[in-house]
Design a protein around this ligand. Structure first.
Ligand SMILES: NC(=O)c1ccc[n+]([C@@H]2O[C@H](COP(=O)([O-])OP(=O)(O)OC[C@H]3O[C@@H](n4cnc5c(N)ncnc54)[C@H](OP(=O)(O)O)[C@@H]3O)[C@@H](O)[C@H]2O)c1
Length: 300
């Protein structure tokens, strides 16, 4: 049983004075659901959502991931209600590049006008004058990175940075080629793509970003809306007296020092469980067994 919670060592975003604990929190799960519209509208229990955020901060979390298109607007409004005025050390990372259709769809929105509106939506709903980190979320393909130029939207975002509305820029759902292109336009502090124990397309990219001190922030670290299910993971977790979710998170922390975690949950109990993964050390034998799960899944 893991008793201690220390949130793992901190990581300084490159070229910045922003140091965050490697164990953070992803706020997307705080919005509600309306039938098949996910991340839509208010949650069933707003007080519970507020409790999750306050518990995260009280436990030492200083990195929260969000977007104004969660809800839309709802998640940021809950963050503001729960945490404003924000602790000095808190880094709120948001993302732009999409908007929501009335049917709950996720629509590309990356013209200069769209991005300006999105930055102002985030500022207003979070109650801030400047955003710490903004990820440009590529929508060239919604289900995974798709090749294509991101020069125009990134240039527009860099202009908003030059106006003082954004401190630092990151990227999401991008390829290595797009990251290289982006770094010619503006310094990139973090990359947020889908990655977890069984979804390991970015293995080489993570190592490359580590060599450049750029943070890699996996989204869906627990598998997303349907958390990871694997008999092998369950067996390993039982053997080392941890939960499968804790093992999945600890594996990510050990995978590379530039990985920052933002597991999402709407439950205080799950939050506590997840934060404790920071103190779980996996032996190299266990890591090898866990690596095998990804290999088996990806070869199917
Ligand atoms: N850049 C992008 O395109 C993108 C896309 C998706 C997400 N994100 C960001 O990444 C963050 C993380 O992704 P995510 O929240 O979608 O997925 P996730 O962290 O992989 O998993 C969240 C799911 O796992 C469940 N869960 C969490 N802790 C658990 C535990 N200890 N035991 C059992 N179930 C548990 C949650 O349900 P409960 O609420 O019941 O705990 C929820 O269903 C998001 O919050 C968001 O900020 C970014």
């Amino acid at each position: 049983m893991i008793e201690q919670t220390d949130l793992a060592a901190s990581f300084t975003l490159p070229g910045t004075s922003k140091a965050v604990n490697r164990m953070g929190y992803g706020a997307m799960q705080l919005a509600g659901r309306d039938g098949d519209k996910f991340v839509w509208g208010p949650p069933r229990d707003v007080e519970q959502a507020i409790a999750v955020l306050r518990e995260a901060i009280a436990s030492g979390v200083n990195h929260i991931d969000t977007s104004d298109y969660y809800g839309p607007h709802v998640t940021n409004q809950i963050i503001r209600k729960a945490l404003f005025p924000y602790p000095d050390e808190l880094v709120i990372v948001t993302k732009v590049g999409a908007r929501r259709g009335p049917d709950g769809s996720w629509i590309p929105a990356n013209s200069g006008e769209d991005l300006t509106a999105a930055i102002h939506d985030n500022l207003r709903n979070l109650g801030l004058d400047v955003l710490d980190v903004v990820n440009l979320r590529s929508m060239l393909s919604i289900h995974g990175p798709g090749e294509g130029s991101i020069e125009a939207p990134l240039t527009a975002l860099a202009q908003l940075q030059q106006k003082g509305l954004v401190r630092h820029i990151g990227l999401s759902n991008v390829t290595a080629t797009q990251i290289a292109q982006a770094r010619q336009i503006a310094p990139i502090v973090c990359v947020q793509n889908m990655y977890n124990l069984v979804q390991r397309t970015d293995d080489a990219l993570i190592d490359d970003l580590a060599r450049n001190d750029i943070a890699y922030v996996p989204f869906f670290p627990l598998g997303g809306f349907s958390p990871l299910q694997s008999a092998a993971l369950t067996d390993i977790a039982a053997r080392i007296d941890a939960t499968p979710m804790q093992v999945a998170l600890a594996w990510l922390l050990q995978r590379s020092p530039n990985i920052l975690l933002i597991p999402g949950t709407s439950s205080v109990q799950h939050l506590r469980e997840n934060l404790k993964a920071s103190s779980l050390e996996l032996t190299s034998e266990v890591v090898s067994e866990l690596d095998e799960i990804g290999r088996t899944t990806n070869n199917q």
